[in-house]
Write a protein of this length. Sequence first.
Length: 337
Amino acid sequence: MPGPDATAPQGAMTAVEVTAPGAVRLIEADLPRPGPGQMRVRLEGCGVCASNLGPWSGPEWQQFPLEPGALGHEGWGIVEALGEGAEGFPVGSRVAFQGMHSFASHDIADPALTVALPEALAGQPVPAEPLGCAMNIFRRAQVRPGQTVVIIGIGFLGALLTQLCAQAGARVIAISRREESLALARRMGAAETVPMHDHWEIIEALRGLTDGRFADVVIEAVGKQWPLDLAAELTAEGGRLVIAGYHQDGPRQVNMQLWNWRGFDAVNAHERDPAVVRQGMEDAVTAWAEGRIDPAPLFTHDFAPEQLDAALDATRDKPEGFVKALIRFGGVEGEAR
């Protein structure tokens, strides 16, 4: 059955519109009307994803302005209206979802990509989509107790994966450029850390830390050519190379001679099946509610909607103390927590 206002006059919402590379404006737009099987969610907030940086930089293929709220896909909030036949989430439910236009006060959600938020997470910002990515990458990595796991790139995703792998009983070696990122990895359970400065020095450091065997599992979480090259060099014979980085700036080359010789499994840990995406989000929400993960300290910077440009720039430039930015609907003033 439709929600109470699904067929009412549209009304208005606020949304952020990316008008040009590096430029945004806050606009008013018509409230979106949920279609059959859909829901409208009044957003509490939305995470800012590194995948937003490609369109934000203004590549030749990107046309501007973007649609109101576009790029935002890590939303959470309250179900406000139901389209005909929408099931599973009554009006008033607090949910997280993978959307398409969640840099706005309202967005349309597909129940197949939505999860209910338990009372244990009341008051918490819950961008479940990237949390679900971490859970699905961890599942695909098949980490076992006693293994050595190398994680290259300690941002939001790498930090969560460090926590998950350490809790699974693995010895985690974290590699990242910034000392504060390495310190974060140690807080999340990394046994050793290696600065990501010189290619051959890193290889020799790992050779020494693993008695020449290298790592059972290597998770590349940067999305650039050099970290991918490095990841292959650090993967043991018969090991597993997990590509978690989002490679969005062009083709990649691989050293197939090395890949053949090492005989490792290469896993592209990016999920597109909606059922798998939703399961990852559900697993993450459950793990957080039960205290098995704690992503809250990784949400380091809050921004108001009209400050999306500053949030995206921070995601690109990583100022001191930065891990992940959130857009919050409700008077936030762009401060670090």
